[in-house]
Design a protein around this ligand. Structure first.
Ligand code: TMP
Length: 212
């Protein structure tokens, strides 16, 4: 490795937990302290696959459940070459949702098991840190109404939360649960501490393979 690699940092959590706000703040704070960092998000709606997913989420098209699951995974795999390149260049990637959302959301649908849902993402670049922004359904409700997109109902989000809890039992992944009920700065400080630790550890380690 020519230079020290960047860290792969993922934020997951239920809707309204503040993932996107926190990803942006983290990238800004890392850059300000001289650590190269970029934000990514999944689904990445800018690609051809991402546009199919976006139309499905906006309820402008219908897709069979297995098919859309595989498209979400393909949307991650298509970004892997550029992710690896950036990490090798020493850039830390801060990612808004990853394979954990993929497995949690599909397995919350009837007839799907978590194991099947994880399979297409086996071998993806393994995050050095996954922070789960924890917020109770009642606190999430206080933050306002859900949007219009598919999956944005409290019943479905509760099922998703349970699937995340199952995924968090996996000790092969560096999960950190963050109390998202604090104010924005409090949550940010917590996230920044975990991220700096992960960046320092990752620079001396090879990038792993997820769920392998
Ligand atoms: P967003 O609101 O963060 O853009 O996420 C889009 C929706 O897609 C959200 O409801 C979570 C869901 N999702 C999946 O079902 N599978 C996936 O693999 C990902 C990344 C998101």
């Amino acid at each position: 490795m020519a230079c020290k690699r960047g860290a792969l940092i993922v934020l997951e959590g239920v809707d309204k937990a503040g993932k996107t706000t926190q990803c942006k703040k983290l990238v800004q704070a890392l850059q300000q302290c001289g650590r190269p960092a970029e934000m990514m998000r999944f689904p990445d709606r800018s690609t051809t696959i991402g546009q199919l997913i976006s139309a499905y989420l906006e309820k402008k098209s219908e897709l069979e459940d297995h098919t859309v699951h595989l498209l979400f995974s393909a949307n991650r795999w298509e970004m892997v070459p550029s992710m690896k390149k950036k990490l090798e260049q020493g850039i830390t990637l801060v990612v808004d949702r990853y394979a954990f959302s993929g497995a949690a959301f599909t397995s919350a649908k009837p007839g799907f098991c978590l194991d099947w849902c994880m399979k297409p993402d086996v071998g993806l670049p393994k995050p050095d840190l996954v922070m789960f922004l924890q917020l109770s359904p009642s606190e999430a409700a206080l933050r306002g109404q859900f949007g219009e997109e598919r999956y944005e109902t409290s019943v479905f989000q509760r099922a998703v939360q349970q699937k995340f809890e199952q995924l968090m039992k996996d000790p092969s992944v560096n999960w950190q649960v963050i109390d998202a009920s604090q104010n924005i700065e409090g949550v940010h400080n917590n996230i920044m501490d975990h991220s700096l630790n992960a960046i320092n550890t990752a620079q001396n380690q090879l990038l792993g393979e997820l769920w392998k």
